[in-house]
Design a protein around this ligand. Sequence first.
Ligand SMILES: Nc1ncnc2c1ncn2[C@@H]1O[C@H](COP(=O)(O)OP(=O)(O)O)[C@@H](O)[C@H]1O
Ligand SMILES: [Mg+2]
Length: 389
Amino acid sequence: MAVKISVQHVSKIFGSKPLKILQDLTAHFDKSLVMKETQHVVGVHDATFEVNEGEIFVIIGLSGSGKSTLIRCLNLLHRPTGGEILIDGQNICDFSPKKLRELRRHQIAMVFQNFALLSHKSVLENVSYGLTIRGEVKAASQFKARQMLLMVGLDGYENEPISALSGGMKQRVGLARALANDPEILLMDEAFSALDPIVRREMQFELLKLQQQLRKTIVFITHDIQEAFKIGDRVAIMKDSKIVQIGSPEEILTKPADEYVERFITGVDRTQILTVRSIMVVPSCLIQMRSGPNMAIQEMKRNGVSSAFVIDHDLKLSGLVTLQDALKAIAEKLSLAEIINREVIQVEPSTTVSDLVPLAAQSAYPIAVTEEGRLLGIVTKVAILSTLG
Ligand SMILES: Nc1ncnc2c1ncn2[C@@H]1O[C@H](COP(=O)(O)OP(=O)(O)O)[C@@H](O)[C@H]1O
Ligand SMILES: [Mg+2]
């Protein structure tokens, strides 16, 4: 996967002598003490991360933790006090004003929480505005703007004044405007935070839908952990100007870096995020297809189970055999192939626990986890129950 944005040891200090303060700062600085003693604010300290092409990278943290400061460094709305920001391998801190303008017009777009729309202009004008100022002819910009409005579900609203729109619709305009420039990178600073919960969920869904089509590199800021986990491929958690953990939602849920992160994730619906991959186990008892019913019975007895999955030579799942059926096979002189239950429930490792629960409820046996027919592991009901608790 190609790295699109590389952030290396970026710090941003606000005040009159930021460089001096940064030099004196230790890794365990106390932000309020620095403020009191030096009248400088540490906005971000030593942030390092990479965002891959086509990824949604979410930054989450409490208010004042440095999220906006950090995202504003990515297009140099804030110039970092220290560190480097590379886009496609180029250090943008070294860009000339002209190159920087090009970058902002063509490569990066930003969506803001307060929409930042031109309220006296129409929906269409708001979306085409950026295209016009970068020199495209009016007809072409308007054509493009209409396409964008169609994409975000606002066709028919072209001539409405911004003031006539609801919050959710305004943010759709904001999104259409950002996408109109066809940027490779989309920066979204609490873009959905001002919307009420139902509209907010609609917009989250809308963004994911658009992303499937567009594959932009997106940096998305929120203070809502549910939102972060819902839309983020990876999530960075900030605390007091520092990044304390970066990982996929599942990694963060299963291995929280510290108590702070643990507190942050309490209340999250784990079943929506945890996948079968993190709760499956290697089956203790596996039967080879070539074994006879006698051997199958011995195997099951040795492992203390009353049923087992049957695999063929290259680990392909063939079915399930029960102790009872194996005994019947001996009595009726049948082979394993003739008695196994081939209708076993199979899931992929990426299935979420919430999708697994109804399947498990239907099944009297553990669930088989397979990839292209190959058995990778099993999920027991006990394992499922323990994630619900
Ligand atoms: N322009 C600025 N001048 C001085 N301090 C600032 C400025 N912008 C942000 N800060 C401070 O930097 C810290 C991080 O702020 P911010 O990045 O806005 O946090 P968040 O977006 O996570 O709520 C806060 O303490 C804030 O007061
Ligand atoms: Mg902010």
